[in-house]
Ligand binder design. Structure first.
Ligand code: C2E
Ligand code: MG
Ligand code: MG
Ligand code: MG
Length: 277
């Protein structure tokens, strides 16, 4: 396209690309040490049981408050952390911090058991070979019960590294930690892999929930995922619930848990602790 458009246009594209590369290099540089400078923190998004809308846990979501640029989207900086390898330093801190903050959370009214905290683990962390140790350290330091820690892995990360992932997840589950598949339905794997890779739960990707009320295919797929998961004893969470109608429909279809802006936005640890009380 640049060739057809001519020399000037090519230069334009090239300059934009340079800028993108520059920004990336700068972000990588700034991200190094960001944890130590206190620029990174965790936000917690509440997760509810659909049956009775009782608060049962939260997903920990990393936030970066850049000193000059302000809040940077996780979709941007997590990718930088993953590509550069910085995630191998940040990931263990996230685990440690989430367990430390969640350890003291009270049991919400009606929940019956202490709330869980769900932590995202990146593909690179999964491959690092150190995940079980990181998880054990975080649990020992915080004193939190292993059952309260959920580890979220994307379907794609697990499938692309299946032999290693299967063994690793089994060890995590032996400790008592729950394993969840994140963004379920967006990868290429799905059903057959669930037989081999043992997981406790799966999170139906937001893209299925968005049009749940309008698109019969999305509703059919969501219902099928729920039924299949339940037949295997797997718990189901729906992410990206933005309207009451979606929530009502998910409850009717027997989806176990739900998370989304209609139920609650990600918030600070302090705000979440208050919500639990
Ligand atoms: P994810 O794990 O699928 O997390 C859910 C994302 O959906 C979060 O975006 C959350 O804020 C957003 N969300 C929740 N409810 C709604 C809703 O109702 N509508 C819409 N439109 N969005 C909703 P966020 O915080 O920007 O995180 C994006 C991704 O970054 C996460 O996707 C996860 O893959 C990654 N991430 C975040 N924190 C960490 C971390 O500590 N470690 C790793 N490895 N990845 C992380
Ligand atoms: Mg997640
Ligand atoms: Mg997700
Ligand atoms: Mg998602």
């Amino acid at each position: 396209q640049a060739k057809v458009a001519g020399k000037n246009c090519y230069r334009f594209y090239s300059r934009t690309m340079d800028q993108a590369v520059e920004r990336r290099v700068r972000l990588e540089h700034d991200l190094r040490g960001a944890w130590g400078r206190g620029e990174l923190s965790l936000a917690y998004q509440p997760i509810f049981r659909t049956r009775d809308r009782v608060l049962v846990g939260a997903e920990a979501l990393l936030r970066w408050n850049h000193p000059e640029d302000g809040a940077i989207a996780p979709s941007v900086f997590i990718e930088v952390a993953e590509q550069s390898g910085l995630i191998e330093a940040i990931g263990p801190e996230v685990l440690r911090s989430a367990c430390a903050e969640a350890a003291g959370w009270p049991t919400p009214r009606g929940a019956g058991e202490p709330p869980f905290v769900s932590v995202n683990v990146s593909p690179r962390q999964l491959r690092s070979g150190d995940l079980v140790q990181q998880v054990t350290d975080a649990l020992v330091e915080s004193g939190m019960a292993p059952e309260r820690l959920h580890v979220e892995l994307t379907e794609t990360a697990v499938i692309s590294d299946e032999a290693n992932a299967t063994a690793l997840l089994a060890r995590l589950r032996d400790i008592g930690v729950r394993v969840w598949l994140d963004d379920f339905g967006t990868g290429y794997s799905s059903l057959s892999h669930l037989r081999r890779v043992q997981v406790d739960g799966l999170k139906i990707d937001r893209s299925f929930i968005t049009d749940l009320l309008r698109d019969p295919d999305d509703l059919a797929l969501t219902s099928a995922i729920i039924a299949m998961a339940h037949s295997m004893g797997i718990t189901v969470v729906a992410e990206g619930v933005e309207r009451q109608g979606q929530f009502d429909l998910l409850r009717e279809r027997d989806c176990d848990l739900a998370q989304g802006y209609w139920l609650g936005h990600p918030m600070s640890a302090l705000e979440f602790a208050r919500l639990l009380d």
